[in-house]
Design a protein around this ligand. Structure first.
Ligand code: SAH
Ligand code: SF4
Length: 439
């Protein structure tokens, strides 16, 4: 990169003498949350956060392993970082997260000269590496990651007890561990006291949360009485109770959006995947949700091209999309992950076929989402601002149904504006000028 001036020698400190760290996050919201914790550690150790590798003394990559291309992306970054190290820019590279918990990590460490590799269970060891005292207890998942922010993630469980054929999560995150109710509530109260207005409860299967007699619905109810705005992700259809779906409709503080990954509309594929439910049961859950939450939105995850998926299975997924009328979906092409059952299964689906099915599903979801979103035009919505406007652009907010909205306002993140919906695409709504001031 010839346009960058060569880094000054280590004795001439930059940024007024402080050390600098760059944290890059790949993958899901669990990783985003873990990165909050990593950020606190490096800040506590006296590092200033920077956003370009060239300006960083230490680079932390918090990685994802769920699909193959996630590893390819990280390889690209590691390649660039080892080159920058050679040119005297970056001093240390740390690889953390789900890749760090796999056997592939050793190869990456060796090939790219990574200085420290940590899995998801020993992230706290970073503390010592950046010069803090050993802090095993201080940085466990029990502790808040992002106090004082307008919106915050709160982990309520880690790991997963399912064994879906395709999924590497149980291998890298371990079995389910539920965080005690009182502990979750304490964190939520602390966050709300320090200005948080939006709490997202996190876990791989949040609705599987339980603690001596209490279930997820009880926890959600308690949190919804403390936090001004609450959402939760991800849920598993086998654990989703009707009373939870009803609670979403009843409590004003719960965002009326359900993310319930279905993966496939074919019972044969659901069985091969070990999902533990049939498509009919999923449809019934959605009926309960639609009934209980009249203006709710629904999103899902779908895997295309899992080994053994036939044209008939694919047709059934398309039918389910039509029946459930999803507002959005994360659609994934099957990616064989080492050590999972599906990686060894016969019946691989050719890439071209997977690609075509992927596009058919995408179009079906978008077609439906577009017409649902169009029907919102003319409504007046209370919009929670998530990202402030940049330049002359629009701020990005969210309705109580969880719809993303672009809105022309200078309101800060964490505030609400009330505005009419004036346009809609398949993925976002567009609002007109807000009525009155933000609140
Ligand atoms: N715990 C969540 C999902 C975690 S992974 C749940 O069970 O719903 C997020 C999504 O990635 C999954 O829902 C699935 O759709 C997708 N996914 C996971 N492993 C995959 C693989 N090997 N290939 C393609 N998609 C995958
Ligand atoms: Fe993976 Fe299945 Fe567990 Fe979700 S429920 S994390 S897809 S094993």
């Amino acid at each position: 990169m010839s346009s960058i001036t060569r880094k000054p020698s280590r004795s001439i400190a930059r940024n007024g003498g402080t050390k600098t760290a760059c944290i890059r996050t790949f993958g899901c919201q669990m990783n985003v949350h873990d990165s909050d914790r990593i950020r606190r550690m490096v800040r506590d150790a006296g590092y200033t956060e920077v956003h370009r590798y060239e300006e960083a003394d230490i680079v932390v990559l918090n990685t994802c392993y769920v699909r193959e291309n996630a590893v390819d992306r990280v390889r690209g970054h590691l390649g660039e970082l080892s080159r920058l190290k050679g040119e005297g820019y970056v001093e240390k590279v740390v690889l953390i997260g789900c890749i760090g918990a796999t056997s592939e990590a050793q190869e990456l460490e060796h090939t790219y000269g990574v200085d420290l590799v940590l899995g998801t269970h020993n992230t706290y060891e970073l503390a010592q590496f950046v010069g803090l005292p050993g802090m095993e207890e201080t940085y466990t998942p029990e502790l808040p990651g992002s106090e004082g922010e307008h919106s915050a993630f709160v982990t309520i469980m880690t790991g997963c007890n399912y064994k879906c054929s395709y999924c590497v999560v149980p291998a890298v995150r371990g079995r389910m561990v539920c965080r005690p109710l009182e502990n979750v509530l304490d964190e939520v109260k602390r966050l709300v006291d320090t200005g948080t207005r939006y709490v997202t409860l996190l876990g791989q299967t949040v609705d599987a949360w339980r603690e001596s007699g209490s279930r997820f619905c009880d926890l959600l109810e308690r949190v919804s009485e403390v936090a001004p705005r609450v959402w939760f992700t991800t849920s598993h259809p086998s654990n989703m109770e009707d009373r939870t779906l009803k609670l979403i409709g009843e409590k004003d503080t719960i965002v009326k959006r359900l993310h319930l990954p279905v993966q496939s509309g074919s019972d044969k594929m659901l069985k091969v995947m070990h999902r533990g439910y049939k498509s009919e049961r999923y449809r019934r859950k959605i009926e309960v949700f639609r009934e209980a939450v009249s203006d709710g939105t629904l999103s899902t995850d779908i895997i295309v091209g899992h080994p053994g998926e036939t044209e008939g299975d694919h047709e059934q997924t398309l039918q389910l999309i039509e029946d459930c009328s999803f507002d959005s979906a994360y659609i994934f092409k099957f990616s064989p992950r080492c050590g999972t059952e599906a990686a060894e299964l016969p019946g691989a689906v050719p890439d071209g076929v997977t690609q075509r099915r992927f596009l058919e599903i995408l179009r079906a979801v978008e077609r439906n989402a577009f017409s649902c979103n169009q029907s919102k035009i003319g409504a007046t919505e209370d919009i929670y601002i998530r990202h402030a406007r940049t330049g002359d652009g629009k701020a990005v907010g969210e309705t109580w149904s969880g719809h993303p909205v672009h809105v022309p306002t200078d309101a800060e993140p964490g505030r609400y504006v009330t505005a009419p919906i004036s346009g809609a695409g398949p993925h976002v709504l567009y609002a007109g000028e807000p009525l009155g001031k933000s609140h």
